[in-house]
Design a protein around this ligand. Structure first.
Ligand SMILES: Nc1nc2c(c(=O)[nH]1)N[C@H]1C(S)=C(S)[C@@H](COP(=O)(O)O)O[C@H]1N2
Ligand SMILES: [Mo]
Length: 319
């Protein structure tokens, strides 16, 4: 198997054609799935228009956790190895199944316990919140990981505009529910729509973003077009895709995987190498494109930025 081609950062900002390449065989260990890209299978290469007003990661971004010196995974890998059950439960089948997903006329409704509820269209969002680059590690609860150059804006900026009431303690997120456009919603593989939530202080942390792009392009359908959540210190399932609704609330919101298997997936779902999943270890992970496994880091390596949010909380109980 060829290694995942690493894309130098200088190239992706102006390069419009992408090499087709094989993905790696990511061995997940005896307890988890083994993913193999067979020779001869073409990847779905997802070309999207460039994002206007894209702001590269700031020079002091490393200290703030906004970037990393670890190599980014290729666009081909990021867009052909996905979890998005509304389209397919096969990670290598999402790209093809979501290829024609139409996001024309998308609306994002923001309401609940706020002073100024508001419905945004994508042009509003782009105008008001220019896409900033954030290069984050992404650690799936299934024990694989990638490094992804997102473009997005802090949720804090959006919340500042709608002005949460002091009674608002949590932020609830909801994915589109439309089986005509998300065909796997015709099957009851999960309760639809997919929902997620954050505590207010988590949502206000500068690392938490709403992403509208990656590699300086608009977000491809398989990665959650046109807008999805990215919280890099939590397991990937918290990063809800294709969001239509954000609601401020005083109660802990439901989380799809927590409803589905409460003993396996907590509401907080902070990356924690010392708290194993009941069916597999969380101590190590398979980074796509690497041959050996690497150690999983507490809070996925973002402890300096977020550990204070959980002071006094038992992360083996509130997991
Ligand atoms: N609506 C929705 N959001 C979702 C999922 C999903 O199935 N449906 N899968 C989650 C999981 S388990 C992961 S690991 C990430 C994967 O994001 P990526 O495919 O862009 O890497 O999306 C998350 N967001
Ligand atoms: Mo995941």
């Amino acid at each position: 198997m060829p290694a995942d081609p690493i894309t130098p950062r200088e190239l992706y900002l102006n390069r419009r054609t992408w090499l087709r390449g094989g993905l790696i065989a990511a061995g997940m260990g005896a307890t988890a799935l083994v993913y193999q890209r067979l020779n001869g299978v073409d990847l779905v290469v997802s070309e999207q228009p460039a994002l206007e007003g894209f702001v590269p990661v700031p020079p002091d971004g490393l200290a703030r956790g906004f970037t990393t010196t670890e190599p980014t995974n290729s666009l081909a890998a990021i867009t052909n190895y996905n979890n998005f059950y509304e389209f397919s439960t096969d990670k290598d089948g999402v790209a093809a199944a979501a290829k024609d997903f139409d996001t024309t006329g998308w609306k994002l409704e923001v309401g609940g316990l706020v002073t100024k509820p508001r419905t945004y269209d994508l042009d509003d969002l782009r105008r008001r919140f220019p896409p900033e680059e954030r290069i984050y590690r992404m650690r799936c609860v299934e024990a694989w990981s990638m490094v992804i150059p997102w473009a997005g804006f802090p949720i804090a900026s959006l919340l500042a505009e709608v002005q949460p009431l002091s009674s608002a303690k949590y932020v609830a997120f909801e994915t589109l529910h439309d089986p005509a456009r998300m065909p796997n919603q015709k099957r009851a593989v999960l309760p639809w729509p997919y929902v997620e939530g954050l505590r207010m202080d988590e949502a206000m942390n500068p690392l938490a973003i709403l992403a509208t792009g990656l590699y300086g392009q608009h977000l491809p359908p398989q990665d959650g077009a046109p807008i999805r959540l990215v919280v890099p210190w939590k397991y990937g399932f918290k990063g809800i895709k294709s969001i239509v609704k954000i609601t401020l609330t005083d109660r802990q919101p439901p989380s799809t995987w927590n409803i589905q298997a409460p003993g396996e997936y907590g509401f907080y779902a902070n990356v924690n190498p010392t708290h194993d999943h009941p069916r597999w270890s969380q101590a190590t992970e398979q980074r796509l494109g690497e041959s050996g496994r690497r150690d999983t880091l507490m809070f996925n390596g973002y402890a300096d930025q977020v550990a204070h949010l959980y002071a006094g909380q038992d992360l083996h109980v509130d997991y």
